[in-house]
Structures are given as C-alpha cells and as structure tokens.
Design a protein around this ligand. Structure first.
Ligand SMILES: *Cc1c(COP(=O)(O)O)cnc(C)c1O
Length: 351
C-alpha cells in the first residue's frame, strides 16, 4: 500500500558510529524532510550517538527535534529581526545557537537577548549569507560591549567540493584570527575528511566542528531500500485506452498501478538515470517506447527501470509493461529510485 523506506538498522547504526568516530565534534544536520527519515527520528538517533549539538535548517523545525534531542540546537538559517526567529519559544532560548550573518543583526539580537548564543557566519565563495572580513572586525567591537553575549564560534558554509577548499578556508580563517575574536571554534560544512584533517593540523588551537547531513544519514546506501507495492495489474491490447487522459496502448502488455505518486515526491523523470542524449537517440532509433512519449519511471521490475504509462498521480503511478518481461503480482514490492531529500515516505521501517 505504501512507499516504504526500509533501513537495515545494524548496518545503518554502524555507519553512523563510523562517521561520528572519524569526525570529532560532529554536528549532525537534521533538516527538511529529515533526509527521508523524518526530523524526529534523526533527532533521536543523534541523541543515541551522543553528540552535544545538532543543526536544524530553520526555526520552524525546532519543535520537531527539541523534545527528542536534549543538547544544543544550531539553526543554520541566519537570524533576522522578523518572522520565526523572533518568535522563538523562550523555553528553548538557552539551547538554541543562532547563526548571525549581518552586523546589524548582531546588534539587534543582543539588544533583545544580551546572553544569546550564536555563531558568526563568514561569507564564503558560495555567497549565500555571512559577514565580510571587515564585518568580523566590527562584530568584535560590538562583542566587547556585550560581556554576556555567548559567541560559540565562526561558521563557514562552503560550496560542494570542486577541487580543494583548503586555500579558501585558510584565507577565511586568517580573517578570523586577525579580527581577534575570542572564539576558538570553527563550524564547517562540506569539507572532505582529508581537508578536515589538514585543517585540524594547521589550526591546532581551533576546535573544528563539521556539520554533516548527507554523508552521515545517507552515506551507506546499501543500508537503505525503497519499495513500492503493486496495487493492481490490467492486461492491455494494442489500442486499449487507459488513464486520466484516455491514452492508448502502443502495443500489447500490462498496465501496473503501483503505490507512490506526486505527494511522495515521485517525479516524471527518474533521478540519476542514463538519460544522456546518446542513450535517448539510440532508443529512438530502435523505435522504443519513449519514442512514442513514454517516460522512464523510477520504479524497477527485476532490476530494470520501467516506463510510466502516464504522469504520476497524487499517491499512485501507472506503469506500462510491454509483453515480454515477467509481470509482477499484486502485492509484490518493487524497488524505487528516489532522491531521499525530496521524498516523503509513507513508512520508515528500521529493522
Ligand atoms: C544542509 C547544510 C549542511 C549539510 O549538508 P549535507 O550536504 O547534507 O551534508 C551543512 N551546512 C549547511 C549550512 C547546510 O545548509
């Protein structure tokens, strides 16, 4: 009935422990759809792992994790003097670490809460949010006037690795050192284990805290299996009409109705497939089914990705299986290829 994520519990937990051991100061990132697992489950897992801090993406996500994880809660979206940031539950104020990315926000935050906990984000080549080198100087001046303020570190959000980040990180850290800020903690994102290693040796008096989501939760794909259920199977003759749009079958085969649709995040194009122009041209030349408008689905039968009969429905999808391969039975589970960060599973089963 469901689109299900089945997790090999032993294998997953072993992987989580391996990542935690390899990354002292690890800050697990729990945001969005909880990388497919849900935020609450990741918060409990982080508690089990024994880390002292987790990161959430937004202030609105705090209620999902705060009762399941007992430590500090870093919010990755920068604090602003409006919206969810200023509506923070006072009961959480002592546990929340804000991210500050503008000098005016630092003034404003400390005026509202002189003892606020926060990291100062230094802008990187990603150019998403953060302070310039000059802003760091000015922040140091502000902080000198706020003895109760709790600066928890400097945050760097780097682009996904294309070559080494190290020269950029060294440049940014030199700005931090030059600004004479009192902190000795650097929160980093998207550094490789090697880069983290050399950073730790070059800046031995700094604590480096890697913020990791994907490589932690989704780093061992073989621990994860995504399945849909075959809900119905109908034989089709060439020319038979089916679906919302009254489309007709280009040849005889079967129509399969399977669980999983747009509400789960099942899209029209299967992610990460071999959809190169060359592959497409080859199928067209053979007069394959995608030449008549059928699109490859993320659902596979006996190891082969099958075609959508029409665009996915809200909670189910229709597949067209031409005569030839084995026809699955109602109730059978099919493997599904998904983007975990964009999929809402009906069930997550940890064995
Ligand atoms: C999402 C996010 C991360 C975690 O990214 P992954 O690629 O999932 O490890 C780290 N830092 C920041 C600022 C983020 O927004």
């Amino acid at each position: 009935m469901s689109l299900t994520l089945t997790v090999d519990g032993d294998r997953w937990r072993t992987h989580l422990c391996t990542v935690a051991e390899a990354n002292p100061g690890l800050v697990p990132v729990t945001k969005g759809n909880g990388y497919g697992f849900t935020l609450g489950r990741l918060a409990r897992k982080a508690q089990w792992l024994g880390v002292d801090t987790i990161a959430v993406g937004t202030y609105d996500e705090l209620p999902h994790v705060a009762t399941r994880f007992a430590g500090s809660l870093l919010v990755l979206t920068p604090w602003r003097p409006f919206g969810a940031a200023v509506e923070l539950d006072p009961a959480l104020a002592g546990r929340v670490i804000h991210t500050v990315g503008r000098t005016c926000d630092l003034d404003d935050l400390l005026r509202r809460r002189p003892d606020a906990r926060f990291v100062l984000e230094r802008i990187t080549s990603m150019k998403r949010h953060g302070l310039s080198a000059r802003d760091l100087w000015s922040a140091a001046t502000t902080l000198a006037a706020h003895p109760k303020a709790r600066l928890e570190g400097i945050a760097l959000h780097l682009p996904l690795a294309q070559g080494s980040h190290l020269s950029e990180v060294s440049r940014l850290l030199n700005d931090v050192v030059a600004a004479e800020l009192t902190t000795r903690t650097i929160w980093v994102s998207h550094l490789t284990p090697d880069e983290l290693g050399s950073l730790r040796s070059s800046y031995a008096d700094y604590a480096i805290r890697p913020r990791i989501g994907t490589d932690l939760w989704l780093g061992d794909r073989d621990a994860l299996r995504v399945t849909a259920t075959v809900l119905d199977v109908h034989p089709l003759e060439r020319g038979d009409a089916f679906g919302y749009r009254g489309r007709t079958a280009p040849k005889s085969g079967h129509l399969l109705v399977v669980s999983g649709g747009t509400s789960h995040g099942i899209g029209l194009e299967a992610p990460m497939g071999d959809s190169s122009m060359k592959a497409r041209a080859a199928t067209l030349a053979r007069g394959g089914l995608d030449a008549v408008g059928f699109v490859r689905s993320p659902f596979s039968i006996d190891g082969k990705q099958r075609l959508f009969a029409e665009p996915p429905h809200m909670q189910a999808s229709m597949l067209f299986l031409p005569d030839g391969p084995r026809v699955p039975e109602i109730g059978e589970q099919l493997d599904v290829r998904v983007r975990y960060t964009a999929t809402a599973f009906d069930r997550v089963i940890v064995t």
